[in-house]
Design a protein around this ligand. Sequence first.
Ligand SMILES: Nc1nc2c(ncn2[C@@H]2O[C@H](COP(=O)(O)OP(=O)(O)OP(=O)(O)O)[C@@H](O)[C@H]2O)c(=O)[nH]1
Ligand SMILES: [Mg+2]
Length: 247
Amino acid sequence: MNVTCYTDAVIQAHLDRAVAHHVATDVSAVIAAKQEAPSIGAVIDRARQYAGTIICVVGQSTDGTADVAARHGAIVLADGGRGKGEALRRAIPHIRTPIVVFLDADGSHDPEDIPLLVGPILEDASDHVTASRLRGGSSELHGGFDEFFRLAGSSFITACINWRFGCRLSDSQNGFRAIRTTVLAQLDLRENLTTIEQEMIIKTLRRGFRMTEVPSHEHRRLHGASHIRVWRSAPHYGYSLVKYLFF
Ligand SMILES: Nc1nc2c(ncn2[C@@H]2O[C@H](COP(=O)(O)OP(=O)(O)OP(=O)(O)O)[C@@H](O)[C@H]2O)c(=O)[nH]1
Ligand SMILES: [Mg+2]
């Protein structure tokens, strides 16, 4: 299976090379943002130097997220109120560039790492590149019981994917990824929740496209509370894992 991983020792060299070869006009950044007015502006500004188009799906936000995103020059879309997965799917028909990057609006992802994600696609070495918190570190994945169960669940799902496809991914749940737009269009994404992250990976591997994983640090969200309810989400993760792995 076509999965390659970078090590910490070569990461800076990859980032330098990726920045040097990066073509922002080839890239659209898609940002799902629910109640993220305090952080969305800075995320858009930081992403802009690496992404010629920025699409922000603000859904039912009531805190002014849409106004802030529009003021910072993003294309602003509504969602149907069904979850992050549905929000990301709403953006797909609006993508006009050959590569799309998905990132979160809460400040957890470093837009400066976008060239690292896009690099293997521009070099035609990969079709889908995910950022790994297990390789790049995380400031919010450890500490409490919620974090423990999230990490344990995520590691279990990653192990199932690795077993099924004979690969060695470390993080199947990170929302920070780059994917070739033509490949994205062939994935026929269906998930409404954050289960869309594992759906994208499993369908990429099932269809024989090339995956790469690169380290990227996950920061603690800058404000407010998580939209994820760990215990309520667990059955959805199990069901979607089995469905996409085997059927
Ligand atoms: N448009 C839209 N965006 C959403 C929805 N649910 C979550 N998001 C966004 O998706 C991204 C990830 O959601 P988070 O709540 O940060 O989930 P997480 O990163 O797994 O959890 P924490 O960082 O611990 O809060 C954030 O930018 C959210 O604003 C939704 O229903 N609609
Ligand atoms: Mg987050």
